[in-house]
Design a binder for this molecule. Structure first.
Ligand SMILES: Cc1cc2nc3c(=O)[nH]c(=O)nc-3n(C[C@H](O)[C@H](O)[C@H](O)COP(=O)(O)O)c2cc1C
Length: 331
C-alpha cells in the first residue's frame, strides 16, 4: 500500500509546500487538452496540473516528442501523461518511454467508456477485470518513479463494495492517487455525476481522490470539495467553455473577489495563435474548429460563428471572420 509513496513525496513535497490544497486539475480530453489549449488555460492561472489526452500504448513507440501531435508541451513539469491500453508489457514500455520525458506524473486510463476504446478491453473495460487491471498497474508502477494516478469511473454497476475493492487493489499496486469520475460505463456523459460515490470512496480508502464530473462553475468546485472531502478537483468540459475557471476557483478558495470574465473574442483569437505556434497549419485549423463550439457555447450566435468559421480556410481568414461575427453579434 502506498498512500503517499516515496515517489509521491519526492515529487510533491516542494510542490505542495508552496501550493494551497486542493489541487485544481484540467482533465484529459481527446483532441482538446493539447499543448495549445493547456497554454491558454495556464495563461489565466489557477490550474495546478494538466493531463494530456489519452495516448495509445500501441502507437506510442512510433511517436517522437516535438514531431508527434500528441507529444507536445512547453514544459512537462506540471503535466501528467495519460496512457490507454490493457497489455501489461505494452503499457510498461509506453510508461517507461513517457517517464523518460520527465513529466510530473503518469496516468492510466480506466475511465473511457467509448466503444472504440472498450472494444479492445481498454479504458473502463479494465474495471471489469480486476486481476488484469492489477497486472497493468504493477507493470507500469515498476518503471514509473514519478506520481502514478489511475482515472476511473464507477465501473459497470453501482456496486459500492466492488468499487472499494478496486480502489484498494489500486492502492496495494502502488498507485499514488485516483481520479474518480462518478458515472458508470453505461452512463457515458449523460445523467448527473454521482458525487456521493466520491465521498464514499474518500471515506473507505486512504488513497487521495481527485473528484471529477459536472463542475460547471467555480461554486460547484467548492461544493464538490465540501460535499466529498476530495483532495482535488478535475475539470473537463467547463474548462473548454471557460478556460479561466481555475483562476476563479482559486479566488473563491482564497476568499478573494472574482475578476471580470475576459474578453471572449480575444481568448478565441489567442487560442488560434497558440495553435499556430505549436502545430502545423492543417492540424492547427482542425483543432481550432474542434475547440470553437466549446468556447462559444454561451453565445447566442455560437452556431452561426462555428458555421461561418467552418467555411474559411486559413487561420488568418478565421481570425477575420471571428472579428466580423462578434462585431455583428454584439451590436
Ligand atoms: C471531448 C472529450 C474528450 C475526452 N477525452 C478523454 C481522454 O482522453 N481521457 C480520459 O480519461 N477522459 C476523457 N474525457 C473525460 C473527461 O476527462 C472527464 O472525465 C469528463 O468530461 C467529466 O468531467 P467534466 O464534467 O468536468 O467534463 C473526455 C471528455 C470529453 C468531453
Amino acid at each position: 500500500m502506498t498512500f503517499f509513496s516515496a515517489a509521491w513525496f519526492k515529487s510533491v513535497a516542494c510542490f505542495k509546500m508552496s501550493r494551497p490544497d486542493p489541487f485544481l486539475i484540467m482533465a484529459p480530453m481527446t483532441h482538446l487538452s493539447h499543448v495549445a489549449f493547456r497554454e491558454l488555460v495556464r495563461g489565466f492561472g489557477g490550474c495546478d496540473l494538466f493531463y494530456s489526452e489519452m495516448l495509445n500504448s500501441r502507437i506510442l513507440p512510433s511517436e517522437r516528442p516535438g514531431d508527434s501531435v500528441y507529444l507536445k508541451w512547453v514544459s512537462p513539469k506540471d503535466l501528467i501523461l495519460q496512457i490507454v491500453g490493457n497489455d501489461p508489457e505494452l503499457m510498461k514500455d509506453a510508461a517507461a518511454r513517457l517517464v523518460s520525458y520527465r513529466p510530473w506524473g503518469i496516468d492510466i486510463n480506466m475511465g473511457c467508456w467509448l466503444k472504440k476504446i472498450t472494444m479492445h478491453g481498454w479504458g473502463v473495460a479494465l474495471m471489469k477485470d480486476i486481476k488484469l487491471a492489477q497486472n497493468v498497474v504493477e507493470a507500469v508502477r515498476s518503471v514509473v518513479d514519478v506520481p502514478l494516478s489511475v482515472k476511473i469511473r464507477l465501473g459497470y454497476s453501482l456496486d459500492k463494495a466492488y468499487l472499494v475493492d478496486f480502489v484498494e487493489m489500486l492502492a496495494a499496486s502502488g498507485v499514488d492517487f485516483i481520479v474518480l469520475h462518478p458515472r458508470t460505463a453505461m452512463d457515458g456523459l449523460a445523467r448527473p455525476a454521482r458525487w456521493e460515490y466520491i465521498a464514499m470512496v474518500k471515506e473507505h480508502s486512504c488513497l487521495p481522490v481527485i473528484g471529477n464530473g459536472d463542475v460547471n462553475n467555480p461554486r460547484d468546485a467548492l461544493d464538490l470539495i465540501k460535499q466529498t472531502r476530495c483532495d482535488g478537483v478535475m475539470i473537463g468540459r467547463q474548462a473548454l467553455r471557460q478556460p479561466w475557471i481555475f483562476r476563479d476557483i482559486k479566488a473563491l478558495l482564497m476568499n478573494k473577489t472574482l475578476e471580470p470574465s475576459p474578453d471572449l473574442p480575444g481568448v478565441i483569437v489567442d487560442l488560434s495563435f497558440l495553435l499556430e505556434t505549436h502545430f502545423p497549419p492543417e492540424i492547427a485549423i482542425k483543432r481550432f474548429k474542434k475547440a470553437l463550439p466549446w468556447l462559444s457555447t454561451n453565445l447566442k450566435f455560437g452556431h452561426y460563428l462555428a458555421k461561418e468559421v467552418n467555411k474559411t480556410k486559413g487561420m488568418e481568414d478565421i481570425r477575420l471572420k471571428i472579428k466580423e461575427v462578434f462585431a455583428a453579434g454584439i451590436t
